[in-house]
Design a protein around this ligand. Structure first.
Ligand SMILES: NC(=O)c1ccc[n+]([C@@H]2O[C@H](COP(=O)([O-])OP(=O)(O)OC[C@H]3O[C@@H](n4cnc5c(N)ncnc54)[C@H](OP(=O)(O)O)[C@@H]3O)[C@@H](O)[C@H]2O)c1
Length: 218
């Protein structure tokens, strides 16, 4: 599939690009095309070293990347989400949009979930984008650092929220990544529960001196 990762120059975007890069056509999106192209070159080199294939990874400006893709991953901080949605709205048609975005704020040295008025970042994105776009929420509780180390086994669950066919398409893409299990978390209106787990996981890691945490339901 042709997958645009907007904010693909960042932490979690890099992980997804590397995990999908040998099987799919990946377009790294950035506010700056040159930055996206540099990141794409770096990811191709990583892929050629560990996966013996440079993969089909290229860079583009966010809007151009979204226009060219079937799947559009939104991997930017919440503070940047609205501006990005405004930029890509005119070029979106019937793409599946995957939201990884977690709205959170710092309180003393810890993080708190900050629910937007729409209920969650994914619900807000759905309101901001054309009705023809199908928004799915996923990957919020996956540790980006471990995702980026492509030789590392993840052994995590990924809770996905959304509807219908789009859920199935995204679920299949997630299960292509070794050792990830997809769990149906309900409709997009349930995504706040999954988003809110992220600051909780980060705080637990910090309080207990652990490395980045993911989730696994047993
Ligand atoms: N890191 C994780 O482990 C993880 C796990 C699950 C979910 N998430 C969520 O995924 C999203 C991305 O996380 P991340 O850690 O990958 O973020 P990040 O590395 O801080 O940022 C990702 C990219 O977003 C773009 N960006 C940053 N600030 C921006 C701004 N003010 N305006 C427009 N674009 C901006 C930058 O791309 P350009 O400069 O190239 O445009 C940056 O490379 C967040 O919402 C986060 O909560 C992260």
């Amino acid at each position: 599939m042709r997958i645009a990762i907007l904010g693909g120059t960042g932490n979690i975007g890099k992980g997804l690009a590397l995990r999908w890069g040998s099987k799919h056509e990946i377009i790294i999106g950035s506010r700056m095309r040159s930055k996206a192209e540099r990141a794409a070159e770096e990811y191709r080199e990583v892929l050629s070293a560990v996966a013996s294939s440079r993969g089909q990874v290229r860079g583009a400006a966010n809007r151009e990347a979204a226009m060219a893709a079937e799947i559009v991953v939104i991997a930017v901080p919440y503070s940047a989400m609205r501006e990005l949605a405004d930029a890509i709205r005119p070029v979106l048609e019937d793409q599946i949009v995957i939201s990884l975005v977690v709205p959170m704020e710092r309180s003393n040295s810890y993080l708190r979930y900050r629910a937007p008025p729409d209920g969650s970042a994914a619900m807000e994105l759905k309101r901001l984008l054309p009705d023809t776009v199908r928004v799915v929420a996923a990957f919020h509780n996956l540790p980006g650092e471990k995702l980026r180390r492509i030789d590392m086994q993840l052994d995590c669950d990924v809770v996905v929220c959304g509807d219908g066919d789009a859920m199935r398409v995204v679920g299949a893409l997630i299960e292509e990544i070794d050792d990830l299990r997809v769990l149906d978390g309900g409709g997009l209106e349930d995504s706040a529960m999954v988003e809110s787990l992220t600051p909780f996981l980060i705080n637990i890691a910090k309080r207990n001196n652990l490395s980045e945490l993911g989730i696994k339901f047993v």
